[in-house]
Structures are given as structure tokens and as C-alpha cells.
Write a protein that binds this ligand. Sequence first.
Ligand code: SF4
Length: 731
Amino acid sequence: ATSPGRTPREAATHCPYCALQCGMVLRDTGGRIEVRPRDFPTNRGGLCQKGWTAADLLDHPERLTTPLLRAPTGELRPASWAEAYHRIASRVRDIQTAYGRDAVAVFGGGGLTNEKAYALGRFARVTLGTRNIDYNGRFCMSSAAAAGLRAFGLDRGLPFPLADLGRADTLLLVGANPAETMPPLARYLTELRDRGGKLIVVDPRVTATARLADLHLQPLPGTDLAVANALLHVALTEGWVDREYVAARTEGFDAVRRIAASWWPARAERLSGVPVADLEATARALATVDNAIILTARGAEQHAKGVDTVSAFVNLALALGLPGRPGSGYGCLTGQGNGQGGREHGQKADQLPGYRKIDDPAAREHVAAVWGVRPEDLPGPGVSAYELLDSLGTPAGPKALLVFGSNPVVSAPRAARIEGRLRDLDLLVVADFLLSETAAIADVVLPTAQWAEEDGTMTNLEGRVLRRRALREPPPGVRTDLRVLADLAAVLPPAARRAARGGPAAEGGPAFGSGPASRGGTTGGTWPVVAGDPADPRLVFAELRRASAGGPADYAGVTWERIDAADGVFWPCPDEGGPDSPRMFTERFATPDGRARFQPVEHRPAAEEVCAEYPLYLTTGRVLAQYQSGTQTRRVAALRRAAPEPFVELHPELAARLDVAEGDELRVTSRRGELRAPARISAAIRPDTVFAPFHWGGAGRANSVTNDALDPVSRMPEFKVCAVRVEKVAR
Ligand code: SF4
């Protein structure tokens, strides 16, 4: 607890959890820390239960306040920071000397600040010299990111401010449940309906959001793409396509038109179960109003065809002429707190800061100059999150992994296998403020600061860069992630940096610090390049601005002062004195010729279909009172009371067939593993599908069952549909 008698102080900051980044004020009263909402454009004074209770973890008894080392007896024991760093540095040195630089990998998170995401990418590429870095955002919205890139030439979740929802006459939500995942956003939905607008929801479950809708389409999991093509078919046959817009602002419509022509609504109904009348009503509601918005989220994206599914809805939006008009358009609801910024600054396997491609020579040259290394010293692209995790500890894979802000033991698909891979590592290091399931199996655990104890920036679902402001210092024994990265960069021995890629150090490799910029006084293994404390987030942000300058996600004109003076700054913002970009694509898209690209996409079956042995579909998702892998929210008493345990939701008809009563323990088995949790019987789910939330580890871990089939473009795993068998566990 905070010291009695201390002067109360306040910090205007943002919730640590989801991408809505609700504005809140923290107040240290001397005895406890109060949270109250503040008026901010995304939450307009609202907070959900998670936000209200976010400060409960600051002085939580389970908080880590000292590094932990795995003892020879197998226990984690307290250790000093020096001991922990020594263990990491010596093991990294040995592993890279024996196996090459790529034998050490880094795994980041979509909740890390922009500064941390940037520093982590720099640490991996420069200090460790490894190509093996990716992050959990790959499991979140990489499909929408890839679809946005190929259609618009740029990936910004919402290319317009959230307030545009207030101008829409029709809103189509596909695989999104903001009434539970982002409750303050639900106000926009009720206001839309109060104005006489239409809300249409596409979801296999009758979610809290679907209950608010005028129309709910309840497709079989994995058939959203067919639904989108059928909606376009209706628009074509009814003459609702905006031909002027298509001719002036797009390319490639003919191929898309040919595919849509074959998606008669009756054909889509047979496949998806969505009635023809509902498909026609949806197309009409989108096409015959002044303003319409289509938003997708994880339900559409977390599939082995997630990119094509999102593309099908983007095609529909383009055909109706929606993107680029105020109050109209296509967008993606990002999930994690910094899901957007997290994928812009270099913790993705294929990217450098500024959303630059790591295999683009000009991008490498620019970033290498900022980092004080030679372009040829920068590693090339690595592999995606699941592929990286699945290669750990294998003969050809990395032997060490450093994890920041993620809990893959719970959040990765086919989680039992990934847990095994993590256990096979020679070195697993986890930086976290609680002992997550991944930290619990680590060799070294580093206790890190929480959101109220550090400054930095986050980029919310609108592409709005925000300020996270510290209320207090981290408690004794705890360090910020930036401090940890700077310390590790300082202690990692030069031998590690000299180790050759893919081979022993003796074979030789480019030495860091030997590049042209190094001769100007920098060393390739430390940062920031400017003088000062390398763990100072302001300095790291200053370097991030330079590294991003000229890239698609250009932050060069974003300063902390400018963010403070307004309600954030929208990227791209190339000049300090110039405008930012709240609304994009009004005149042109970010493609070379300014035109959006239609993508001809066809429905294909889920990677795994039901069969006699596994006759039901499983889909996964979230509940209001828990967040992601639950490391944080499962430890908040009020949230635990609201959502105490995992469950399996099944339809009453299915329950009757299986002779299952409410609360009976169920075993859900797929080809990859099993999940055990109590039954929750609800007519909200289709009779052919069961649902499980993914916030728990242990026996109730939903991801023990999920499918690791990957989208060929985004490498997104197929979390949202797999084939399972459900049985009652005999007592
Ligand atoms: Fe807002 Fe999301 Fe935090 Fe809830 S979890 S208060 S919706 S930012």
C-alpha cells in the first residue's frame, strides 16, 4: 500500500487493458489508489468493470518484487538482479556461441507501450542479432492487418475516429462483441439505434452485442466469407454497387464480381444457415442509406482463411463506395491495449519501425542508420509467432526465449504442445509482474513495473497515439521493461554479439559496433543513440520518431507535448507543425496509384471439419470480466467473483442429447488435446457448436483444443473453429 500521510497525487492516464484505451484518472490518496473515469473520445466518461478495478493489482499480494531463478532442485528461488542478469547473459552467450545468433528468440506482446515494442525489436535485431522475434498480436488481428494492407496499402485498425460511428445509419459488426469486450463502446450502438439507425451483428452466438441488434445473422463458424460474398451478390443484382466510386477509386472489381455472381443467397444459406431474407435485408440496410460502416474483429479474423474473410467484407465496403467518406467505411476493432502500436514498431517478425518491411533495402538502410549499425548487420525476416513457438527447443529451432508481456502457455493454439516446447528450452526468461503460467515454467523471472508506474505512449484502435502517465515509482525490487532491456543490452557480452548467424561464433560474423555510424561514437549494442538514460521512455520515443520517419506509420511529428495538448495524435503525422490524420483515404488510398485493390476471394472450408469422431464445432472467445490469458484479471477479486471459472457453453438441445445438466463437468476433446470445464446451457449458441472462453490455464485451458492451422498470408491460427467431441465426465 502507499505510505500513509503522503500527499495525494493524480495522473490522467488510460486503462491498461483493451484497445479502447479508456481515459481514467488515478489518485493516490495515501492509503489506496482510486480509479475514476475521465471524459475521453473513446469512452466518454465510461469504464467497464476491468477498468474500474485495474488498480487492484498495483499492490496485489501476488505481485513479483524480486527476480526468480530456477534452482537445481527445480524450484524458483528469489535472486538479485545481478544474479539474474548474469544467468541470462552467460546462457545467451553460450547458446549463441554454440548455435548462432538465431538460437535466441524474443516474444513480445500487444500490451507493451510503443517505446517497449520499439526497444524490444531493437534489442532483438541489434543486441542479440537474431531474426527470431514475433509477438502475441499475431494471434489477435494480423488477418485484418494483412487484408487492410493489400486493399488500402496501409493497416490502421480504424481509418477514422470512433466518433464516426455516431454518424452511421447502418453498422455491420462481424465477429465483434464490443458490448462485452469494450462496454463503453456499446453506447455508440444504442445511440445509433435511438437515432433510428440499424445495427446488424454477424456472430454464431447470441452475444450481448447481438442482443442489441436489429438483425442478428448467426452463421455456422467458418462461413463468414460466404456470407460476405452473398451480400455483394445481392448488391450486384439489385444495382446497389457504387459504379462511379468503383471506377474512380478502385482496381480489380471484375474478378470479384465474377465470384460474387455465383454466391446466390440460397447457396450461402445452405452453407452458413443464414436465411436468404436476412442476407437481403442486410445488403439493403448497408446499400440504401447515406452512411454505413462495416467493422470486423476476431470472429472474422481468427481463421486459416482470416485474411480472405476480411477481404470479402472490405470488397463489400468498396463496392458500396463506403471507405473515405465521413460516417462510412470499413474498419477493424483491435483487441489488445496497444495492438495497433505493437505492430508498428518492430516486434513483428517481418517489420522494422514505422511499419516498414524488414526485407525492403531502403527501410533497412534508414533504420540501420538510426540504430548505428550497417544495414547488412540487421537480420532478415523471422517466422510468425506460432511457427516460432512451435520450433522452440527442436534441433533446428531456438534454444532460448525471452518473453515480455505475454503468456503463450495459455494464449497459444495447441497450447499443450507449445507448453512442451517452452519446457524443452535451454533458457526461458519471462518479464512480468505476476507469475503467469509461462513465468511459472521459466528459468528466470524478472519482476517488471505496472502501467501506473511508467510513462510512455500507446496507440489505440483508432490509430490515436496516447500518453500513459505514471502515478508513482515502481516498488522496490521492480524495474521497468525498458530498464531491463537497457540493462541486458549493457551486460550481454560482445561474444554473443559476434556469434555467427546459424553457426558457431568461431565461424565469424559481422561484429556489432563496427558499422559506419558506430565510428560516429555509438555502439551497436546500446541505446538510445542520443545521449542520456537508455531506459528513459522519452528518449526511446524520440528515437522511435526518427526510426519511423518516412514510413507508413510515421510518428515523426508526434511529441508527448502535442499529445498532452489534445486528445492524442493520429498517425501518420510526419511534421511537428503539420496536421495529423484522424480520417484517412478521403482522396486516395495508400497504394502507389492511390486506388484500393479488390481481392477476389472464395469460400473454402475450415481447416478441420466435423466428422463422426469429432461431430461438433468449437469456437472460443472472451467474457466481460476477464481479459486475454487472465493473468491479471483472474487475480482481481471483483472480476473473479463475476467470472470465477472456465465453462463450456452448449445449446439445450445438445445438452439433452448428451444428457448434460447445468454445471456438469464436460470433457471437450479435439485431435490436439482436451479441455475440462462445467457446462453452461444456453440457447445463445447454435446446437451444432460449443463455446469456451480462453482466459484460463490448467484443465480449463480452451487452447489445449484449438487448431494451429495457419492463414497462409497473416499466419493467424484458426482459433475460431475446430472439430470436437463433447462428453460428460462421470463423477
Ligand atoms: Fe475501457 Fe477496455 Fe479498459 Fe474496459 S478494458 S475500461 S473497455 S479500455
